[in-house]
Design a protein around this ligand. Structure first.
Ligand SMILES: [Mn+2]
Length: 259
């Protein structure tokens, strides 16, 4: 992923796909500010960031999605998880066999609203054929409804629940990386709610029993070594619900560790 220590961050201050919660639109500015408070990361690296902003039309999600899809960049900071829909759609056009790894406590396959909300974007990407069902890997699942469970099973979508991850993080990371090598372009989508709410309280849905922040960082520090990793997004930080800025700081550290 390393691009001569120079990375382009695109801020997407949109909660348009967030259904009830609207705080995530405040996250990109705060996270980008916080990145400046890190010096070298744990590998002794740091990056120069070029920062762009998507102009969000609060009355028009489709127009906003078009603007998101027209942006090129390395790291996209949301915003709610629906931003992955236009980001990945644009990304997928550049590769023969694009793949998506998602860290999230939810599968995001509830409905198939168009344009998708933050609860459906995975299902919509698969159903419309932008994302091959065998090219998506979901990590950290621990809350799903019946229809999502059937959708994953019927389509043989690969997923790793927190139950599977428990005490086996290193091995699961090996498996995920092995699977990801098949893709010519890898997109990594990070929903902060994969982390336990005790360590990331600033998010829309507090799902108990999540990854520790250390386990999440472990995955990031390994996945960034994949040469085919071309784009990352980080979503669902809600500063309105945060406590002492812990979640914003964790999000900023995750980005610092990607370098
Ligand atoms: Mn989620």
């Amino acid at each position: 992923m390393k691009l001569n220590n120079f990375m382009k961050i695109v801020k997407i201050p949109s909660s348009l796909g967030g259904l009830t919660k609207k705080g995530s639109m405040k996250a990109p500015d705060l996270i980008v500010e916080e990145i400046k408070n890190f010096f070298l990361n744990e590998d002794g690296s740091s990056a120069q960031f070029d920062i762009e902003n998507v102009d969000v039309d609060v009355n028009d999600i489709e127009e906003t999605n078009r603007r998101i899809a027209s942006k090129e960049g390395d790291i996209f900071i949301g915003g709610d998880h629906s931003i992955t829909y236009p980001c990945f759609s644009n990304f997928a056009k550049k590769f023969k066999n694009p793949g998506l790894i998602v860290f999230d406590s939810h599968p995001d396959c509830v409905n198939d609203f168009k344009p998708p909300s933050h609860e459906d974007y995975v299902k919509v990407l698969v159903k419309e054929g932008t994302l091959k069902k065998e090219n998506v890997i979901l990590v950290g699942i621990r809350d799903w409804d019946k229809s999502e469970f059937s959708f994953l099973k019927d389509n043989k979508i690969k997923f790793f629940t927190l139950k599977q991850l428990f005490n086996d993080v290193e091995n699961i990371c090996d498996i995920v990386m092995e699977l990801a090598r098949e893709f010519d372009g890898l997109y990594l989508s990070l929903d902060i709610d994969v982390v336990d709410p005790s360590m990331a309280p600033g998010t829309g849905h507090l799902e108990p029993g999540g990854l520790t922040s250390r386990e999440f960082i472990y995955f990031i520090q390994r996945l960034k070594l994949l040469k085919n990793l071309k784009r990352v997004d980080l979503v669902e930080v809600d500063p309105d619900k945060d406590i002492n800025g812990i979640t914003v700081r964790l999000a900023a550290k995750i980005i610092a560790e990607l370098v």
